[in-house]
Design a protein around this ligand. Sequence first.
Ligand code: ZN
Length: 160
Amino acid sequence: MNLSKRVVSFHYTLTNQEGEVIDTSKDSDAFSYLEGSGQIIPGLERAMVLLSVGDKKKIEVAAKDAYGEQDQELILQVPKSKLPNSDSLEIGDQFQARGPNEEMLMFRVIGVEGEDATLDGNHPLAGEDLIFDVEVTAVRDATAEEVAHGHAHGAGGHHH
Ligand code: ZN
């Protein structure tokens, strides 16, 4: 067991290439993650490894290192009758279903036409190059329990 892993807490504001704010931690606790556990997207974690408490940095993450490129195989047309609440189906509705590789995915309704609906199983940020403005607020050694669980505990982390 590697006990030298760090738990990093940081505030962030996430914007897309158009400068639109997609998400921010400013109104809540700093987000805490356990390094090397896949809690944050790979491109962000690679850049964050180099940061210490108090560091502020603008980190650009290409789509492939963020939520991946758009996968056309995950855009499907299906009969509305196969979906839950088919009578009141609206664009933006979401539900879980199995993807082509049997994995559970969150599908969004992106079109409704006659008897058919178009579903998109890509992450809403797939294909987007992202910009994170980050400020590291705390760094500490992970506890043995956090390493065993694969996530950070405490403020901004995982609560059981
Ligand atoms: Zn835990």
